[in-house]
Each structure stands twice: as C-alpha cells, then as structure tokens.
Design a protein around this ligand. Structure first.
Ligand code: PLP
Length: 367
C-alpha cells in the first residue's frame, strides 16, 4: 500500500509553463515580470494594498521587524505554540520574544493572557494563524491600539483564511506568509509581506534589496538584506494563485471527510471545532488525544507510521526548547501540545486515503 505523506505540493496548473518561460527568456534571477505579477495577484487575493515578495517566510518575518524598527532591548508578544521561525525572527533583531499561552484546540494565542505580559519595552504583538485557523484579530488589534503597539500577523500557514469575511494578512500593521513546499500556496521556498501602509511598504522594498535606494542605483542609505525572491519562484507562485481557490476548497473537503470518518472516535480524541465567524483553511487537520501525555501520542504516531501513514506532532511550545527555555508553566500549551497530532492534509488526498488514515488512527488508539 502506498505511503501517505503529511504534506506535499500540488503543481497541476501553469507552474511548468511559467518556469519554462523564465528559462527560455533567461530571466531566472530576482528581476523579471513574474515577481511583480505574483505580488499583484497576492495583494488582490488578500485585499491589501501592497505585497512584497521575499525568499522565504522567515526572511519575510525578519524584514517586517526590521522595517518596523525593532531593536535590541525591545520586547515582542509571541504565542508559545508556533513554528520556531516566529520567535527566531524577533531574536535576529536582538529583541526578546515574550511568550503567551494559547487556547486548546486551535493552539492560537489567548488574547486574555496578552495584557499581563505587556511592559514598557513591548513594541508589538505577533499573532500566528496556526495551522490555518485565524487568531482573534479584532480583540488583539484592540489590545494593540490601547497600548500603542504594532501587530504583525504571522499568516505563514493561513493563505485565504478569513475573520468576519475579511482575509488574514489585512488586519495587522503588516502580515507575513510562507510559500515553503508544504504550505497551502508554494514557490518551493518563498515568502511575502503584506501591508496597507505606503511608507512601510517602501521601507520593506528598501531593506529587501540590500538597502539600495529605489530611485538611485548603487546608493545605499541603510544596511539592508538580500531577501529577494527569484523570478522562477514567482513564476510558480503566480500559477499557484490561479488555482488557490481550489486548493482551499479541496482542503475544506478533506477536513469534512476527516470530520465524518473520525466522528465515532470523539470519546477518545478532540476534533477541530468550527468557529462561526472564521473561515479556517486547514493547513493541517489536527486531533488531540483526550487522555495521556507526549509518550502516548508518540506511540500512536509510531503505530500509524508502521501502517504507512506519516503524521507530525503539534509544535512543541517555545518555552520547553533550549533557545527559549523557561521554567514557568503555560498550562494550556503544556497540557495540549503533547497530545496533538497533525494528520496528513494536502490536495492530493482522496476520500479513500482519509478513510484509511482514520482506520489506522483507530487501530493505533487501541494499541
Ligand atoms: C513555515 C512558517 C514560517 C517560516 O516560513 P519559511 O518559509 O519556512 O521560512 C514562519 N512561521 C510559521 C508559523 C510557519 O509555519
């Protein structure tokens, strides 16, 4: 029986045609028509004024923090459960990520815990739309406004997710996306910063291109970075944007197959609960064991692996890993993150695949 991977890219549109165009015309580096076209398509998709492409999602985060002038000694509020790049980007600026506990199930930052962590050094908040489920942007923006902070949405996992009918990437001062190979939209490696702020967009473009003055070639008013995306990456990205609505609806379909196939395991596992005001895009379909610890979860994942099903653990909280270790407890993250499993979620899955995954999970839970 074929192995089912947890994630894989879907490249069945114009990807090949546009990449061949780059090769045939010699425009393979970070100048070329696909970069602007991809940026425009992405901005239009989100409903935001500016989209600035970068070479990956981590550099998009770092670039956004640099452009917002984050400095050593500053503090930034970050959820303790996220992919490590969120916290690392803060550290790249010499600033300190200040961790906040999360909600069970969505694993998104708990706004009720944010204000306790704000000090006079706090500059901003980075809510992460984890696994495709939007964070509570209205509440978070209100907190930020009250304290004069910026908001950077880490939307790396949530292309097309919505809050009250409005797409993520439009709520914060700016937002960042990733186009890594396992993300909902991919360019192999790639990233994007979105913003409605003209002055911030100009700074993002300046710092992305080594700090070169956009109106005066080879004049460098600041120390910038080479975080440019290539035309080849953008060619893939543009093709991906032509099929993005289908990518999102396919994932919703897969999630509903999972809901159905796993319904009879509800006494043992927690399934994703729909939240009325949001559209979640299922970068990963997650389940949580109702009982037990990380060792039991790992045993379930091992048993599934032996049945040919690849899964992944829900992210370890930042505060348990060496670079960000804290002995303080984050009760929700500490209880639920070790019980969480990402089930395979990608557009290549069939209903039969989902049923096979559900069956293997059921077997694994018996063991
Ligand atoms: C993938 C991801 C990133 C980093 O993106 P890369 O393109 O891999 O550098 C940042 N934040 C989150 C939440 C992610 O999932």
């Amino acid at each position: 029986m074929k192995r089912i991977s947890v994630a894989q890219p879907t490249l069945n549109g114009n990807e090949k045609k546009y990449v061949m165009d780059c090769l045939e015309t010699n425009w393979i580096s970070s100048v070329g028509k696909y970069i602007g076209a991809f940026e425009e398509a992405f901005a239009a998709f989100c409903g935001v004024k500016h989209a600035i492409a970068t070479n990956n999602g981590t550099t998009a985060l770092h670039l956004a923090l640099v452009a917002m002038d984050l400095r050593p000694g500053d503090e930034v509020i970050v959820p303790t459960v996220t992919y490590i790049a969120t916290a690392n980007a803060v550290r790249y600026c010499g600033a300190t990520p200040v961790l906040v506990d999360v909600h069970a199930e969505t694993m998104n930052i708990d706004p009720a815990e944010i204000e306790r962590k704000i000090t006079e050094k706090t500059r901003g908040i980075i809510p992460v739309h984890l696994y495709g489920h939007p964070a509570e942007m209205e509440t978070i923006n209100a907190i930020a406004k009250r304290h004069g902070l910026w908001v950077l949405e880490d939307a790396a996992e949530a292309h097309g997710a919505e809050v009250s009918g409005k797409k993520v990437g439009t709520f914060g001062t700016c937002a960042t996306f990733s186009f890594f190979g396992n993300k909902i939209v991919t360019t192999g490696e790639g990233g994007m910063v979105t913003t409605n702020d003209d002055a911030l967009a100009a700074k993002l473009r300046l710092f992305r291109g080594q700090g070169m003055d956009l109106a005066r070639r080879y004049w460098f008013p600041v120390v910038g970075y080479n975080y440019r995306m290539t035309n080849i990456q953008a060619a893939i990205g543009l093709a991906q944007m032509e099929t993005v609505e289908k990518s999102i609806s396919d994932r919703a379909q897969i999630a509903s197959w999972y809901d159905e196939a796993l319904a009879n395991l509800r006494t043992q596992i927690v399934l994703p609960a729909p939240v009325a005001s949001v559209k979640q895009v299922y970068w990963m379909y997650n389940i949580f064991l109702r009982e037990g610890n990380g060792a039991r979860r790992d045993a379930v994942m091992r048993a599934m692996d032996e049945m040919g099903i690849e899964t992944r653990p829900v992210f370890y909280p930042m505060h348990v890993m060496p670079p960000y270790f804290e002995s303080v407890k984050y009760p929700v993250a500490d209880l639920w993150s070790p019980r969480g499993i990402n089930l395979p979620t990608h557009q290549g899955l069939t209903k039969d695949d989902v049923e096979r995954i559900a069956f293997s999970l059921k077997q694994a839970l018996l063991g």
